[in-house]
Write a protein that binds this ligand. Sequence first.
Ligand SMILES: [Mg+2]
Length: 325
Amino acid sequence: MSLNSLLETAKVVSLPLRQKFRGVTHREMVLFEGNNGFAEWSPFLEYEAEDAAVWLSAAIEWANGKLPNIQREYVEVNATLPAVAPQNVATSLAPYGAFETVKIKVAEPGQDLNDDLQRIWQVRRLHPKAKIRLDANGGWSVAEAVALAGAMVENGVPIEYLEQPCASIGELAELRVIFKRNGFQIKVAADESVRKVDDPQAVVLAGAADVLVLKAAPLGGVNRALHIAAESGLACAVSSALESSVGLAMGLHLAASLPDFGLAAGLGTAALLAADLTEEPLLPVNGELVVRRVNPSPRLLAEHAASPERRDWWLDRLAAAHALF
Ligand SMILES: [Mg+2]
């Protein structure tokens, strides 16, 4: 799509979050329309033009490209719990309703292992049967990850996997060796090590992960993410990047196009938004989402329009990203 055709339908919006996430209180994004319908372009604010361009190719594919056939019409999704205090766990999980799997954010800057444990114990008290994923966003040292994993094993906590427990591929590989040596049946999932690197297969070749976390937008689209999954030969879990329901629908299509790995997708995150762009947000019912495209409602696009300054900032950014094509 040419820049002009993008700008013709482009709307810049700002959606309030229920609570601060990744340091922001609002999620800003650009929506534009192609032959398939609307797409969302929402690279995180701090991302450089090169990364923003990858997100743009994903959005253009979703708006105008050829998409793979889906394999199923429902996708199981997990609840996502930000790094909240134990007394806020129930409120944060309430919008998800029933779920079998919960992803708990850990290793938040300014918190320690004890904060993580208190949050995990509270989830265990409220949802004793839930499978648990811990997402450290690369925030732990190998020693900290081993300590936390040890506490989980000791207390019989059903950990589905640790998501990006440490920052580097080398550390992830080391951790897997230590887990094996200690007899810990805990899997390691790679997230940042798949999408923030030049070669998404490097983590696979290093034997550093059991599971890959795939996000359609940062990986350049549904087709490219599917290709990465097939090449890796590993189980994959699809996740989101705090999109509106318009963007989540792209992740949902990816999840529905993959083989069934029995891993819930992190696509229930419309629950983290205090407002969405459709009257029918992609909110899970009984832990599942129906696979469908979502187009924004004109009323909600207008209601959540970004300020003129932010609009100009985003449209300049769009031009800069598009220029890299
Ligand atoms: Mg993650």
